[in-house]
Write a protein that binds this ligand. Structure first.
Ligand code: 13P
Length: 251
C-alpha cells in the first residue's frame, strides 16, 4: 500500500546553522509522537550531510532539491547523484517548476536525472504541474500527462515504482492560492489513471502522489482527506516547526 508523505522543500533558504537548528527542532518535536506519515526534509546541498547525520537514528528522511544530469567529470559547480547519496540523503526532488522555469530544465534533461538518481538508490520526488494559462485553457490534464510520459514513461515498471510524484500547480506555489480540495482530487485521480494506463492498476495504486502549492496548517487536513492525495510537498510552511508540524499531524 502506498505511503503518506509530508516533505518539506526548503528551497534556497537557511544557512547551515539555521537549517541544522530547524532539523533538530523538528526532530525534538516529533520525538515520541505517533506520526502517521513519512516525513522528509528537502534541504540545500550544503546542509545534506549535517542534516542526514543529525537525523540518522530517526524516521525523518532527507532529500536534495536537484542533481546534475551527468555522472561525474568537468561540470564545474554541479552536484552528482553519487555525491548526494554519499551524504546519507535518500531522496532527490526533480522537475520542480522553479527548476523548469528558471534553469531551463526540460523533460529530456529530467529523464536523464531520474535514471541517474535511481542508479544511486535515490528516490526521486518528481514534480509536475501546469501554469495558470494552461489551467485556464483547460489544458492541465494534458500538461501533466506530457510531463509524465516524456520524462518518466521509458522507465521499467520496477523503476517507476521507486518514484514519488508531486503535483504542484504552478499558480499555487508561493502565491497563497491553493487548489481547492476538489481540484486537487480531480487532477490527482487523473494522474493515477494515467499511471494505471501505462503501468497497470497495482503500480498506480502503490504510487504516492503529493500535493504542493501553498499547502499549510489550515488546508492540509482537507487536502489530505482526498482519496488520491497522499501527502504534500511543502515550501514556505516547512521553514518553521510550528507551521510544519500541524501539516504532518494532519494525517
Ligand atoms: P509553497 O508551499 O511555498 O507554496 O511552495 C510549494 C512548493 O513549491 C513546494 O515544492
Amino acid at each position: 500500500m502506498r505511503k503518506n508523505i509530508v516533505a518539506g522543500n526548503w528551497k534556497m533558504n537557511t544557512t547551515l546553522t539555521e537549517g541544522l537548528a530547524l532539523a533538530k527542532e523538528l526532530k525534538a518535536a516529533l520525538q515520541g509522537k505517533d506520526i502517521k506519515c513519512d516525513v522528509v526534509l528537502g534541504t540545500p546541498f550544503t546542509h545534506l550531510a549535517s542534516v542526514a547525520s543529525e537525523l540518522k537514528s530517526t524516521k525523518i528522511g532527507v532529500s536534495a532539491q536537484n542533481c546534475a544530469n551527468k555522472e561525474s567529470g568537468a561540470y564545474t559547480g554541479e552536484i552528482s547523484v553519487a555525491m548526494i547519496a554519499s551524504t546519507g540523503a535518500q531522496y532527490v526532488i526533480l522537475g520542480h517548476s522553479e527548476r523548469r522555469a528558471y534553469y531551463g530544465e526540460t523533460n529530456a534533461i529530467l529523464k536523464e536525472k531520474v535514471v541517474l538518481a535511481l542508479s544511486q538508490g535515490l528516490k526521486p520526488i518528481f514534480c509536475i504541474g501546469e501554469v495558470l494559462e494552461e489551467r485556464e485553457a483547460g489544458k492541465h490534464f494534458s500538461v501533466v500527462e506530457a510531463q509524465l510520459s516524456e520524462a518518466l514513461f521509458d522507465l521499467s515498471s520496477a523503476d517507476f515504482s521507486k518514484l514519488v510524484i508531486a503535483y504542484e500547480p504552478v499558480w499555487a506555489i508561493g502565491t497563497g492560492k491553493t487548489a481547492s480540495s476538489d481540484q486537487a482530487q480531480e487532477i490527482h485521480a487523473h494522474i493515477r489513471k494515467t499511471l494505471a494506463a501505462k503501468y497497470g492498476e497495482a503500480v498506480a495504486q502503490n504510487t504516492s502522489i503529493l500535493y504542493g502549492g501553498s499547502c499549510n496548517a489550515s488546508n492540509a487536513k482537507e487536502l489530505f482527506a482526498n482519496a488520491d492525495v497522499d501527502g504534500g510537498l511543502i515550501g514556505g510552511a516547512a521553514l518553521a516547526v510550528d507551521k510544519f508540524l500541524p501539516i504532518i499531524e494532519a494525517f
